[in-house]
Design a protein around this ligand. Structure first.
Ligand code: FES
Length: 317
């Protein structure tokens, strides 16, 4: 990934969460962004991870990201919690935004699960600055998990935020539904970020009350689809080999298992590192990298997440 160098200028420890301030290494202004945006961060161990930008007010001076310690980490949060120190240089991609606020003068309901609060905090500040009606419901396992207590309970957003700590999943749904009932059925927009079951509950309840087009969720990676259940064959044209991709396996994993070296990094379809040339057949593009024109051209695909709509996909390998 090409990008800009940024220095970690401060680290705040808040329980299981570390909050990083990043500034351009050469002192220049950082690229602008809007609430809901995220950046690719290349870590000191070479891995690329995506983090939402969660500043109070977007500025070219610095970015703020928050990273929760994840025991199941594939290396990203572990590195940022154990290895990263003030003064460390990271490489950042340009901010990208697939989760922006939609123009609306109606109510905005923001539903956050755990560390998923980060893009929604940016949205809450943006809505406050714009004088638009909003409500942030923040679901956490315990009060101690609220890494943003100063901003959500006593800070400028406090009057707009309700924190639910320690609820069971079935209780979450009841609270989510109760909040939705307080908002008008029309002209209300819903945003959610958090663990998948939490977002699924918000999406199901929000779709019932407000309609599917009014409900938006954060998703850095590609969503698994039913197509993941279909097998297909990769024909490696240059080497004359056939490699089967069984249901539930990724094409990238099958290539690696067959001894084919394909560079990869994010493994969730957002960085473009594993881009592979397609000579024939029709990929099912499940990445977040390619433009619409590139998808229609079908000249390449991201084997870490994408699959095939045709029984055989012919690759330039
Ligand atoms: S490894 Fe990042 S898109 Fe495939």
């Amino acid at each position: 990934m090409t990008g800009m160098d940024a220095v970690i200028t401060s680290i705040e420890e808040r329980g299981d969460v570390r909050i990083f301030e990043l500034r351009a290494a050469d002192g220049s202004a950082l690229p602008p962004y809007h609430a809901g945006a995220h950046i690719d961060v290349t870590l000191g161990n070479g891995q690329i991870r995506q983090y939402s930008l969660c500043c109070r007010q977007p500025s070219g001076d610095s970015y703020r990201i928050a990273v929760k310690r994840d025991p199941k980490s594939r290396g990203g949060s572990e590195w940022l919690h154990q290895e990263a120190t003030q003064g460390h240089t990271l490489t950042l991609g340009e901010p990208r935004n697939a989760f922006s606020l939609r123009p609306s003068t109606g109510m905005h309901l923001l539903f956050a699960g755990g560390i998923g609060v980060t893009p929604l905090l940016s949205m809450a500040y943006a809505l406050q600055r714009a004088g638009q009606p909003f409500h942030l419901a923040y679901f956490i396992r315990s009060e101690a998990e609220n890494a943003f207590a100063d901003e959500t309970q006593t800070g400028p957003l406090a009057g707009h935020v309700v924190v639910f700590a320690g609820l069971q999943p079935q209780d979450n749904a009841a609270r989510i539904e109760a909040i939705m009932q307080t908002a008008p059925a029309s002209e209300t927009t819903v945003y959610t970020c958090g663990p998948t079951p939490f977002m699924d509950a918000v999406i199901a309840l929000g779709t019932t009350r407000f309609g599917a087009s009014s409900v938006h969720k954060e998703s850095f990676g590609a969503a698994p689809t039913a197509a993941g259940a279909a097998s297909f064959t990769m024909r490696l044209v240059r080497s004359g080999r056939d490699i089967d991709v069984p249901a539930g396996s990724s094409a990238l994993a099958c290539l690696h298992a067959a001894g084919i070296a394909i560079d990869c990094s994010c493994e969730v379809g957002v960085c473009g590192t594993c881009r592979t040339v397609v000579l024939d057949g029709r990929p099912e593009h499940l990445d977040s990298v390619l433009s619409d024109a590139e998808r229609q051209a079908n000249a390449c695909f991201m084997p870490c997440v994408s699959r095939s709509l045709t029984p055989v996909l012919y690759l330039d390998l």
